[in-house]
Write a protein of this length. Structure first.
Ligand SMILES: [Mg+2]
Length: 303
């Protein structure tokens, strides 16, 4: 960054590496609520979801722009909290906030970030998976979805399940993992899990022209996930696990002969399935007895 906030526009130095650019918007009432989240965490998450996209490309975050549409009745403290949280996480991930724009609105608060990053090696794309590649995921799945369920349905459980609640309100973008994947030339394709495991696996499968089989027993379910599912009395834990979304873990594929370590940048990595030839974009969940699971109107069914 040659010049940050203060002029008509920021000035960035040219890079020897490919630049990746992304933007993501959070709308009050749709993506966040002031009664569920402190403003500071809303600010953190607004940048975190963009950091996660840059991580999924295997790039190093560089410069961010912040666009805010604010209600005139929004308290000054809320604005300050959002700004504080955003600057805090920008510092943690070595990204610079180089500019932005603030407007007044009669509608809900809208927070939008545009972030760029440098792909130090080749950018990681969704389209590189091949039949025979193994499928991996970082960290644990479903915690964010259960955290949201607790906040909405059983807020009295939040203190005892603060880990899953934090996973929803203050997700951790896997930037160091993305860089390790691209530096080690480990991954053939990569995506961050924002929509839910099955849907995001489908994005890789479709772009790569493969199908995927994911083994149910291998999907990483943390102790915190199990405890929260138990406290909520969930009969169906599979839906939050594979379709909950907002995990912000990295889902990637790698050729079968590539040695993928059990953890990358301190984050556990789990092998969960395999890519195959066949119907492009199809993702199948396989139970331990070999039966296949499909989501029907009545829930998950073996067939
Ligand atoms: Mg993404």
């Amino acid at each position: 960054v040659i010049l940050g906030i203060g002029d008509d526009a920021a000035v960035l130095a040219p890079s020897a590496h490919p630049i990746v650019v992304t933007c993501d918007t959070m709308v009050e009432g749709t993506h966040f609520r002031f009664d569920l989240s402190p403003p500071r965490l809303i600010g953190r998450k607004t940048l975190a979801v963009n950091l996660s996209d840059v991580a999924a490309m295997g790039a190093r975050p560089r410069a961010a722009l912040l666009m805010m549409s604010l209600r005139s009745d929004l308290e000054r403290a809320s604005f300050d909290g959002i700004a504080q949280g955003l600057l805090e996480i920008a510092y943690e991930y070595d990204a610079a906030l180089v500019g932005g724009d603030t407007t007044r609105t009669a509608g809900p608060v809208v927070l939008s970030v545009s972030l760029d990053g440098e792909a130090m090696s080749e950018p990681l794309l969704r389209s590189g998976a091949r039949p025979g590649d193994r499928v991996y995921v970082t960290g644990a799945l479903g915690e964010s979805a259960l955290g949201l369920r607790i906040l909405l349905d059983r807020p009295e459980l939040a203190p005892a399940h603060s880990e899953v609640v934090a996973r929803h309100l203050d997700p951790t973008p896997r930037v160091a993992v993305g860089l390790a994947l691209t530096e080690g030339r480990l991954a053939s394709a990569c995506i961050d899990v924002s929509d839910g495991l099955v849907q995001d696996a489908g994005h890789i499968a479709r772009r790569s022209g493969v199908s995927m089989r994911l083994e149910l027993d291998r999907l990483p379910r943390s102790a915190a996930f199990r405890a929260a599912a138990g406290a909520l009395g969930l009969s169906d834990w599979l839906t939050p696990l594979v379709a909950g979304g907002e995990d912000y873990e990295l889902l990637f594929t790698a050729p079968a002969d590539r040695r993928v370590p059990e953890s990358l940048a301190g984050v556990p990595v789990t092998k969960i399935g395999e890519c195959h030839e066949g119907l492009s974009g199809e993702v199948t969940l396989v139970a331990s007895d070999g039966s296949e699971l499909a989501l029907t109107r009545k829930g998950w069914e073996h067939f």
